[in-house]
Each structure stands twice: as C-alpha cells, then as structure tokens.
Design a protein around this ligand. Structure first.
Ligand SMILES: C[S@@+](CC[C@H](N)C(=O)[O-])C[C@H]1O[C@@H](n2cnc3c(N)ncnc32)[C@H](O)[C@@H]1O
Length: 275
C-alpha cells in the first residue's frame, strides 16, 4: 500500500492540496489549462488521464467537452473522482488499473500523466513496463505527456540524513473531511543508488481544545529520474521526445541541451510521440 491507496488520504487529497497551493507550495501552477491546450491539440482521437487521482485534470477536461477516460491504481482515488463526476453531472469512464498494464479496449491519441504520477513508479523496470504499455494504448503517432522534477542534489543530500520513521517536519495544516483540524508532517529519505525517495506522511488530528485525538501514518515511495534517463527510456520504449516544458506556463527547454539541468530546479513536462 502506498499513500494514495488509503481511503482517508483519497478523501482528504483535494483539501490538503488546496492548502498546499494557497501557501505557495505549488510546482504545478497552470496545469489544468496546459493539459486542456494539449488535449485540444492532440486529443481528437480520445484522451486518457492515467493516474487521474481525484480527477483534477480528468474532470476539468470532461467539463470542457473533451472525450476523456480516467484510470488510477488506487480504488479509493477512483471512487472520489467518480463521486465528483456524478456531482458535476458528467458521464466519465473511470476505472482502477495499474499504468503498467491498463487496457480499456480502445486506443487514445493522447495519454496524460499529470502532477507527478510517473514519479510514483519506483523502479526503472516499472517505468519501462508503463511506457511500453501506454505505447500500446496509443493510436499511431499518439502523444504521451508526464512530468519529472530535475533531481536537486543539495535537497537529496539533506534527505540522505533523514530517518524515514522519526525525522518528521511540519508540511501544512488543514481541515479534514470530518471538519477536524489536522497537521500533516513528513519524513522522507533518499537513496542515491536506487534514486528512491521513501518515507511517511503523518496526519495528526486535533479536537476543538487543541488536543491530539488521532494519528495516521501512511507510507510514500517515489523515484527521482534524471532528464538524461528520460531520453533513454523514451528511445527504449518506442517514443521520440517532441517537447520539454519547464513548468506549466509554456517555457520550452532546448531538448538537445541536457546541461540546462544544472541551471534550474525544474518541473519538466515531457511530451513524447509514439514512433
Ligand atoms: C500525486 S497523485 C496525482 C493525481 C492526479 N494526476 C492529480 O493531478 O491530482 C499520483 C497518483 O498516481 C497514482 N498511481 C501511483 N502509482 C500508479 C500506477 N502504477 N498506476 C496508476 N496510477 C498510479 C496514485 O494512486 C495517485 O492517485
């Protein structure tokens, strides 16, 4: 089980992300419009939102008339997305599946993995399995987009000193789906050999008097991927790199200059085309 497989995490996901973003901890600003533009450009043959979570992209696109399916490994995230679709009166096909093996029986001209879904694949083997499977689900010349963060060595060095069971730091405070104040702490460590970030999120619940009345600890595993690796993964799995954007506001990277990774701590949005 990973963070998003838990019912309590899925049910509170939108709530704590809202707070995260309102506090400026937002590396994804502008993401919905970015994907809408891609969908309008490349999505005429159908769009699939992979690792759709609670539907931030999926429902945004569906509401604007894009034909889009959603899939996520977590049944709990799918349930929240489906409930939101129903409340919005949108008929959307949402199904739980692992991106390394999903198949809905139809092909898509655009596959989207938004807001770090790809980073939840913890090994290169799983990244390759996912890319090869997604390629199978695309029409000829179909497009896949996902994001990675340029690994940032000073941060990783710091995380190498962290005990993932003990060294919690406060991330944010929000009000949970039951109307209770909650603080979220995390303790994340980094393994430079596997490039995995592993640790725990701790949710601490308070009563009206400020006493702690509950605690839930949930595991998290992600993998850092260097931009040079993505070029190799793309080649290996039958894609070409069409574009790389630095952030969701449309700044393009020079795809032939891998040294720019030294200058920026970037959220890179990759646009790959099926060869
Ligand atoms: C950070 S959330 C992003 C969710 C959504 N794309 C968004 O923008 O809000 C990452 C999502 O990836 C999903 N996920 C993790 N591993 C997956 C896998 N192997 N296949 C499909 N989904 C996966 C998780 O369940 C979670 O919902």
């Amino acid at each position: 089980m990973d963070l998003h497989d838990y019912k309590d995490v899925a049910e509170n996901y939108d709530r704590y992300l809202d707070v995260m973003y309102s506090q400026g901890q937002d590396n994804h600003e502008g993401f919905q419009e970015f994907y809408l533009n891609l969908a309008r450009h490349f999505g005429k043959g159908g769009v699939v939102d992979i690792a759709c979570g609670t539907g931030a992209v999926l429902l945004y696109l569906a509401k604007r008339g894009i034909e889009v399916d959603g899939t996520d490994l977590s049944e709990e995230m799918c349930k929240v997305a489906a409930a939101k679709a129903e409340a919005m009166d949108l008929s959307v096909n949402i199904y739980p599946a692992d991106m390394t093996g999903f198949c809905s029986g139809r092909k898509y001209s655009l596959a989207i993995i938004a807001r770090s879904g790809f980073m939840h694949l913890p090994t290169q083997e799983l990244q390759i399995a996912a890319l090869r499977n997604i390629r199978e689900q695309l029409t000829d010349g179909g497009i896949l987009t996902f994001n990675t963060f340029d690994p940032w060595p000073p941060m990783q060095m710091q995380q190498m000193q962290t005990d993932p069971q003990k060294d919690y730091s406060l991330r944010l405070e929000y009000v949970n789906s039951e109307g209770r104040r909650e603080k979220i702490y995390n303790a994340i460590t980094y393994d430079p050999y596997t490039q995995q970030m592993y640790g725990h999120w701790k949710f601490e619940t308070y009563d009206d008097e400020g006493n702690v009345i509950g605690e839930r600890v949930r595991p998290l595993m992600m993998r850092q991927t260097y931009r040079s690796e993505v070029f190799l993964l793309a080649e290996l799995c039958g894609f070409e790199v069409l574009d790389i954007y630095r952030g969701y506001h449309g700044d393009k990277e020079d795809i032939h200059d891998i040294t720019t990774a030294r200058q920026y701590r970037s959220n890179l949005i990759w646009v790959l085309r099926k060869k």
